[in-house]
Each structure stands twice: as structure tokens, then as C-alpha cells.
Design a protein around this ligand. Structure first.
Ligand code: HEM
Length: 314
């Protein structure tokens, strides 16, 4: 009986596949959010080794369960060099989510192969690229651990995460039969808005690297001094928001007359406001920890919804 259901799932054409692609996309964002929580809670070094955690597949919950050579692991940690079960388990759950995403993407590849290998091979290739990018991300995760969270690698990690989120959106767009016909000016502005957000994200990762350096030097304390210690890139990032806000809100208004584009326009408008609000909170309220992953998520969803909007236009 279960085999029969599985066969039905594979045989039932595109609808289920599209739903599953949506599921993979949402799961990618869950993994991005989990990464943000790891950073905000300073749990990145909760598992000092990789892929095991304190040399075990299921990490210790208590100091008594540490392996005899535990000091060699603790020496690799960047700040406190003590065992903290809370940090260890946050990092471990983050890794589990990443591994689960790998499994989901592998299933996606098999499904793409069965459904589109002959009719639309590009979908299969995109799915394959998704698996490759996710594998690369896992490998980079190990490098980040080895290098004790070196900042450049963290930025690459963020960019690859956005590429991973973009692929399901491109697949879904390719499977869409009818696109919405819009004036050329609207298409152009959507491309400009996407380019502005990408620039803003790169500027943001620069700011984030500085926040990492400053916060680490202060042993993650004195949050009220973090913003004051950032250099000109922070000011550029903050001012650039005006352009991002203007283009996002303009797109929100211009997509109102098109029922097919309205949800993407609404998402873009909301994410612009959310990213800016979280940014302002960090600016004026001494970088509250919760605002950091919210800011990151809003920026990620914003870039992906802009891509989705552009791909829906003809
Ligand atoms: C729509 C506009 C904006 C976008 C798309 C955006 C995007 C980003 C991104 C992608 C990051 C890197 C986050 C990470 O890697 O964890 C970042 C960091 C940052 N942004 Fe923005 N940002 C925007 C507006 C603002 C504004 C208005 C402010 C302040 C007034 C601000 C302040 C910051 C700060 C302080 C960081 C470092 C955050 C951290 O260390 O967690 N941003 N931004």
C-alpha cells in the first residue's frame, strides 16, 4: 500500500511537484533563520568539531557526558572555553536542519529526474544545481568551523544561501504556464530593485562582519557601544535603505492592478518595512539580539520575492 501511494505521488503530475518545490523553498528559509539564531545566541562554536559534535553523533547534554579528551575540543572555541549544553544543542539542531534539507533536496532531484528528464531537462539540471549548491554550503560550513568562524567565509555562506533559495523560485517560474504581461518600465524597475537589494545585502554583510569583529573583541558584551564602533560602511548601508525602500514601495503600488503579481508586491512592500524596522531597532536600541535574525530573514525574503516577481512578468 505505501509503495502504491509513493508511485501515485510520482505519477501525479506537476501539482504535487510544485507543492514540494514550495516546501523545499520554505525549508531553505527555516535553515537560514536557524543560522541567524545560532549567531545571535553565539552558539556557532557550540560544536567545535564537524560533522560530529564533541566527537559524537548525538552531542552531550551534560558536562558528565563529555569525552575524556574534551579539552581538545574546548580549546577550539572562540570565547569561553567551557561546555555550554544550550549552545551545543542550538548548533546541533541547526546542523540537523541542514542535513534534513540535503535529504529533501535529494528527493527533489529524484522527482525532477522522473518527471522532467525528457520533457523539460532544464528543471532536472536546476534541481541538480540545487543539490550541488547545498553540498557546497555543507562543505563551507565545515570550513567556517575549522577557521573559527572566519568572517569572509560567513559572507560567502550567506550568498550561497540566497542562491539555494533562488533555484526553487526559478524552477517554479519555469513551470508557470502564463506569465503576466506588464509595461517595459515595470520590468525594468523590478530588475533595478533587485540589483539595489543585492548591493544592499553585500553592504549588509560588510556591516555584519564588523559587528562580528566588534562584538567578539568585547566578548559579546557592551552592546550599547557596537553601533558607535562601526565605520563608514554602516552609514552607506543605512543611507542606501532609502533607495531600497523607494523601489520596493513603488513596486508594491505598481503591482496592485495585477491580481497575479499582487501577492509578490505585498510581500516585497512588507519585507522592505520589516528589514528597515529591524535595522532601526538595532541602530537605536543597542542591537537587540532578536532583531538580528529578523533583519537577515526580511532581507533574504525580500531578494527572493523580487526575483520571483520579475520571473512572473512578460
Ligand atoms: C531594506 C533595507 C535593508 C536591507 C535589505 C538590509 C540587509 C542587511 C543584510 C543582508 C545584513 C547582513 C545580515 C547578516 O549577515 O546577518 C545587514 C546587516 C545589518 N544592517 Fe541592514 N539592511 C537594510 C537596512 C538597514 C537599516 C535601515 C539599518 C540601520 C538603521 C541597518 C543596519 C544593519 C546592521 C546594524 C547590520 C549588522 C547586523 C548584524 O550584525 O546582525 N540595515 N543588513
Amino acid at each position: 500500500m505505501p509503495t502504491q501511494r509513493l508511485t501515485l505521488l510520482f505519477m501525479k503530475p506537476t501539482t504535487n511537484y510544485k507543492r514540494y518545490t514550495w516546501f523545499v523553498l520554505i525549508f531553505v528559509f527555516i535553515v537560514i533563520l536557524a543560522g541567524g539564531v545560532v549567531r545571535t545566541t553565539q552558539s556557532g562554536m557550540g560544536c567545535p568539531d564537524w560533522p560530529t559534535c564533541f566527537g559524537r553523533w548525538i552531542p552531550p547534554t551534560d558536562v558528565n557526558q563529555l569525552p575524556p579528551d574534551y579539552e581538545k575540543y574546548l580549546r577550539q572555541q572562540d570565547i569561553d572555553h567551557t561546555f555550554n549544553a544550550y549552545h551545543t544543542w542550538i548548533e546541533y539542531i541547526n546542523r540537523l536542519l541542514g542535513a534534513l534539507l540535503g535529504v529533501f533536496i535529494f528527493i527533489h532531484l529524484v522527482w525532477s529526474y522522473r518527471l522532467f528528464r525528457k520533457t523539460k531537462p532544464s528543471i532536472f539540471y536546476l534541481s541538480f544545481l540545487l543539490l550541488l549548491a547545498t553540498g557546497f554550503q555543507g562543505w563551507l560550513g565545515k570550513k567556517v568551523v575549522d577557521a573559527n568562524l572566519a568572517v569572509v567565509k560567513i559572507t560567502t555562506h550567506m550568498i550561497v544561501a540566497l542562491i539555494i533559495a533562488a533555484i526553487p523560485v526559478i524552477i517554479l517560474a519555469r513551470l508557470k504556464e502564463n506569465k503576466t504581461v506588464v509595461p517595459r518600465s515595470l520590468k525594468l524597475i523590478s530588475v533595478v530593485a533587485l540589483a539595489l537589494v543585492i548591493v544592499q545585502i553585500v553592504l549588509g554583510t560588510e556591516v555584519r562582519e564588523q559587528v562580528d569583529e566588534v562584538s567578539r573583541a568585547l566578548l559579546y558584551g557592551s552592546r550599547d557601544t557596537w553601533i558607535g564602533r562601526l565605520d563608514k560602511w554602516f552609514l552607506v548601508h543605512r543611507s542606501f535603505s532609502w533607495l531600497v525602500a523607494a523601489s520596493g514601495i513603488y513596486l508594491f503600488i505598481r503591482t496592485r492592478p495585477y491580481p497575479e503579481l499582487r501577492p509578490a508586491g505585498l510581500l516585497i512592500g512588507s519585507m522592505v518595512l520589516l528589514a528597515i524596522s529591524a535595522g532601526l531597532l538595532m541602530n537605536f536600541l543597542d542591537v537587540p539580539p532578536a532583531a538580528q535574525p529578523v533583519h537577515l530573514m526580511a532581507a533574504s525574503i525580500l531578494s527572493i520575492s523580487l526575483l520571483s516577481l520579475r520571473l512572473r512578468m512578460k
